[in-house]
Ligand binder design. Structure first.
Ligand SMILES: Cc1cc2nc3c(=O)[nH]c(=O)nc-3n(C[C@H](O)[C@H](O)[C@H](O)COP(=O)(O)O)c2cc1C
Length: 367
């Protein structure tokens, strides 16, 4: 039986265990330049014992930004700072992918270049809020991307992927989940277009697949992952028939042989119905490649998921925020530090790089 602590690989890429770090926005980048903070070097270094680190979502353009203090990957200066991060992770024997992101409608005019409206598949405003310089505010009314705008955005994803190579990443994850731009094209609660990018499942999948194809010109397929949340309602999302929509997407990703599929099976704090679970399970059965499961996994569920071949690896989110040495703690059955939600987004070292390692907790106990 396969164990959570066993090595695994995707093509020529080896991972030392199956405990992966989920992408986690921590909002500590420099807001004027979108350059990751220096302290992010230490944060990722501390977590290099993960089989794979998937970085926080990182915008591929200024238009793609929707929250203050999230990092970017659209210029050389940002790539240079990311290189410092990938270097320390590699020195520690870890692997790291960057999550390529465009928020689409989950943004605010005060964050957009020239105070413009955010873009989306269609002009459908989300009933949700975002973090701005003036606090937590309703997102702004979006405008539908033109076809030229779509082509430009695909080119921006490709440029982001190229900069990831310069920055020394092991690969990239395309963020198609959680109600951001790609998801806004995929699902019919937001996509009301009547051109080649809207309507049928084939048309709604086109934007994602053109991004995958553009990124494939930069990275070998085993170094490209795709994250999806077919049943998630976070960011005011929904679809009238997720099974049909995402079955098509999974078929297409199978054809393209992308390195991994990463599903958000459950989003924190959101209910999951039996229909949703059945949809997720059908999609996983359809998927022929490496599968990363995520959402509310604890050690027992994670062990079971890997042993039963539900998943090849588990991405842990909140447990990795609070436990830099999560693999060691899970393997030893040690107690876990509890994450502090108040320091998830923004601030400095507190709640970011100051969670104790197991060795430190022991020292404190002995003192
Ligand atoms: C503070 C925080 C930030 C997050 N940022 C991202 C992100 O940047 N990209 C993403 O795809 N998901 C993001 N998520 C979702 C997580 O990756 C993950 O799906 C979720 O936390 C459920 O996994 P868990 O139960 O192991 O925490 C975030 C979640 C949290 C709590």
């Amino acid at each position: 039986m396969t164990s959570l602590f066993e090595k695994c690989s995707i093509g020529d890429l080896d991972f030392k265990n199956r405990i992966f770090m989920a992408p986690l926005t921590r909002s500590r980048a420099d807001d004027a330049t979108d350059i990751p903070a220096d302290i992010a070097i230490e944060y990722y270094k501390q977590r290099a014992s993960a089989g794979l680190i998937i970085t926080e979502a990182t915008q591929i353009s200024q238009r793609g930004k929707g929250y203050i203090k999230t990092p970017g990957i659209y210029n050389d200066k940002q790539a240079a700072k990311w290189k410092e991060i990938t270097d320390v992770v590699h020195e520690e024997g870890g692997k790291i992918f960057l999550q390529l992101w465009h928020v689409g409608r989950i943004s605010h005019t005060s964050i957009q270049p020239d105070g413009k409206n955010p873009v989306s598949s269609s002009a459908v405003k989300a009933d949700t809020k975002t973090f701005t310089q003036d606090g937590y505010q309703d997102v702004s009314e979006p405008e539908a991307l033109s076809v030229d705008g779509i082509k430009q955005t695909i080119a921006d994803f490709k440029k982001g992927a190229e900069l990831c190579k310069k920055a020394g990443f092991d690969g990239v994850e395309i963020h198609g989940a959680n109600g951001y731009l790609i998801d806004q094209f995929l699902r019919d609660k937001t996509n009301k277009r009547d051109d080649a990018y809207g309507g049928s499942v084939e048309n709604r999948a086109r934007f994602l697949l053109e991004i995958v194809d553009a990124v494939k010109e930069v990275w070998p397929t085993n170094r490209i992952g795709v994250r999806l949340s077919p049943t998630g309602s976070f960011n005011d999302m929904g679809d009238s028939d997720p099974l049909t929509m995402f079955s098509h997407v999974v078929d297409q990703l199978n054809d393209r042989k992308v390195g991994y599929l990463h599903l958000v099976e459950r989003f924190p704090g959101m209910d999951v119905g039996n229909d949703d679970l059945a949809t997720i399970n059908t999609l996983i059965e359809k998927w022929q490649g490496f599968y990363i499961a995520n959402g509310d996994y604890d050690i027992l569920k994670a062990k079971d998921a890997v042993q039963s071949k539900h998943a090849d690896a588990i991405a842990f989110g909140r447990p990795f925020i609070a436990n830099p040495d999560l693999p060691e703690r899970l393997e030893k059955g040690a107690e876990l530090n509890e994450p502090d939600e108040d320091t998830f987004y923004g601030g400095g070292a507190e709640g970011y790089t100051d969670y104790p390692f197991l060795s430190e907790s022991k020292k404190t106990e002995a003192a």
